[in-house]
Design a protein around this ligand. Structure first.
Ligand code: CA
Length: 313
């Protein structure tokens, strides 16, 4: 009985330990990523926080940041849905993170569609946000979304196919990861077209460049804005995702990461827009298969955490 109580106490301690994202151990650069406010990672379309407990959307990235002193939280929203709905879901989770950590705000980092979600949060609940960082996010639309939108008609065959594919994939991922969020692939697509993002930018302009390929405001209402992205496509011969991104890249006129072009990714302070990374390399996928001739994505994240720390965030 006593043993069971001890085991229970140990499990509880470990749970809190894990939830707080504390360092397991550290030999050097132990506080390099130790930001003042927690880091919150917000996934993109068809994202998942954890699949089978093995494959993380942010592959190896939370661990890398925690090993260097950061407090890291990974959020989950509808895999396919509008930016506004996903943003509202995100706000609920950030309120919990703020309550749990006792820190008044967080550093938001979003990949792909997640980069738009975090902008929505910063606009609606600026009190919760210290900084916004987007990675490979289509702030001025994704050409593939426009092509899909132009080639499907509402309720038509194409639309039904896209919706079925999107909703079924989203539902499967939601089921596997233990969440059940409303799915709406068409709403997601609409959020990522040039027209959809233009409407979103008109309502939530903070950090968006005024010119077609410039930088945006580095700070708006006390919130810092950053972005980075890649223009690599076939970066690792072993990665089964690379040929697919090579095909989707054909929809784009400008240098792109397979789904988002270089200029569309710009938000606030553009750290870099031409890493030799494709859209999934940016989150260290598939399974860490990235270019060995480029900075490792985990290093890029760790350096960014250090940038936030040095900015007092
Ligand atoms: Ca890859």
């Amino acid at each position: 009985m006593r043993l069971r109580r001890i085991m229970g106490a140990l499990a509880l301690s470990f749970g809190i330990f894990a939830a707080q994202g504390a360092q397991a151990w550290c030999l050097f650069s132990c506080t390099q990523a130790k930001t003042k406010y927690p880091i919150v990672l917000a996934h993109g379309m068809s994202g998942f926080d954890e699949l089978f407990g093995i494959i993380d959307y942010w592959y190896g990235i939370p661990g890398e940041l925690r090993d260097h002193g950061a407090s890291v939280y990974v959020t989950t929203v509808s895999q396919f849905n509008s930016t506004e709905l996903r943003g509202e879901q995100l706000i609920d989770q950030i309120e919990t993170i703020v309550a749990v950590t006792g820190k008044p705000k967080v550093n938001l980092i979003g990949h792909s569609h997640g980069g738009l979600d975090v902008r929505y949060v910063a606009a609606v609940r600026p009190d919760l946000v210290a900084s916004v960082t987007s990675i490979g996010s289509p702030h001025k639309g994704a050409d593939l979304a426009d092509w899909l939108a132009a080639n499907v008609t509402s309720g038509g065959f194409g639309s039904a196919v896209i919706s079925a594919l999107g909703n079924s994939l989203g539902s499967v991922l939601a089921f596997l990861t233990g969440h059940s969020n409303p799915q709406d692939a068409i709403a997601a697509l609409g959020s990522l077209t040039a027209a959809g993002t233009a409407a979103f930018n008109a309502s939530y302009p903070a950090g968006v460049p005024a010119t077609s390929c410039g930088e945006g405001a580095f700070a708006v209402n006390g919130i810092r804005y950053y972005s980075w992205s890649g223009t690599g496509l076939l970066t690792n011969a072993l990665d089964i995702g690379d040929p697919l991104l090579g095909i989707t890249s054909l929809f784009y006129d400008q240098a792109n990461d397979g789904l988002v072009d270089r200029c569309s990714s710009h938000l606030g302070d553009v750290i870099r827009d031409n890493y030799f990374m494709n859209h999934v390399d940016e989150i260290n996928h598939v399974l860490g298969l990235v270019s060995i001739f480029e900075s490792n994505p985990k290093t890029v994240f760790r350096n960014h955490a250090n940038r936030l720390k040095n900015a007092g965030l």
